[in-house]
Design a protein around this ligand. Structure first.
Ligand SMILES: C[S@@+](CC[C@H](N)C(=O)[O-])C[C@H]1O[C@@H](n2cnc3c(N)ncnc32)[C@H](O)[C@@H]1O
Length: 261
């Protein structure tokens, strides 16, 4: 287990408004570390940065030199004159945590208008692509195509908000993607919030990575069948989630990591 990164996940990351919670942060950590140790290189791309919670997790795990592409409209709270505080708050979070942003690799705009060649020109082929931007079907169709066409042979796509009843079109989009590209891609892991996909010839490799990850032993591992492939489903029991939330709310975030050992 990597105690410095775990401390970051359970303490510092919680100070950034955003949507990746510790179970998925530990999945990101386990997958990226496995890629690092096996020299599976490539860039990292994220659609939907918000205030940088996942971005700074990538930065913490992969270091200041990793090619990390951030794509967002950066228009939250926009006023009549077109100004939005979102980008400034994203940068402030990095300064506060001492983590670098490569502003040459920040794309402000609609991801559905980007091409895979623009992504590859900036960061090369992608080893980890996180999709958490627009949550309607046309967004998922465009973003998943972008990921597919820029992905390294060993690349992973993480889709956020799958099976969330608040965003049903995400689930439809991911299922459509897997059915249309089922000969090439399959899901290998699912959590409460995310579905992780890779090329079929890497399915067993990433499935085993999740099954054997030292940072994921706290979760119940079960196997689920999803559109023709076995998926490692990580279950986080409600009792643990309650203890964790209580610790966070009572200012004990520094100790909350122990709940997930
Ligand atoms: C749920 S938030 C992302 C949360 C983030 N991944 C985190 O770790 O906290 C969704 C983000 O997607 C962005 N977004 C929505 N539609 C988009 C689009 N078409 N292109 C690019 N970004 C988009 C929004 O501006 C917002 O910041």
């Amino acid at each position: 287990m990597n105690s410095a990164t775990r401390k970051f996940i359970f303490h510092d990351l919680q100070t950034i408004e955003g949507y990746i919670d510790p179970p998925d942060a530990l999945v990101f950590l386990s997958l990226l570390q496995r890629q690092n140790s096996d020299n599976l290189d490539g860039g990292i791309a994220e659609i939907g940065v918000f205030y940088g919670r996942s971005y700074y997790l990538f930065r913490k795990i992969c270091g200041p030199d990793e090619k990390l592409l951030a794509i967002d409209l950066f228009d939250i709270g926009q006023t009549g004159d077109g100004a939005s505080p979102q980008y400034g708050r994203f940068l402030d979070n990095g300064r506060r945590l001492g983590l670098a942003v490569d502003e040459a690799l920040v794309v402000t705009g609609d991801s559905t208008r980007l091409s895979a060649s623009e992504i590859k020109d900036k960061i090369g082929e992608v080893r980890f692509f996180s999709i958490d931007g627009g949550h309607m079907l046309p967004h998922i169709v465009a973003d998943s195509r972008l990921a597919k066409d820029s992905l390294a042979p060993h690349g992973i796509i993480a889709f956020d908000d799958t099976f969330n009843p608040a965003w049903p079109e995400v689930t439809v989009g991911v299922a459509d993607f897997l059915r249309e590209n089922g000969a090439e891609f399959s899901a290998f892991c699912m959590t409460k919030y995310k579905t992780y996909v890779c090329r079929r010839d890497h399915h067993q490799f990433y499935y085993d990575t999740i099954a054997n990850a030292a940072d994921l032993t706290a979760f119940d591992h079960t196997e689920t069948e999803f559109l023709g492939s076995k998926v490692a489903r990580l279950h986080n029991p409600i009792s643990r989630r309650m203890v964790y939330e209580l610790m966070i709310r009572s200012g004990m975030s520094a100790f909350s990591e122990r709940v997930y050992r």
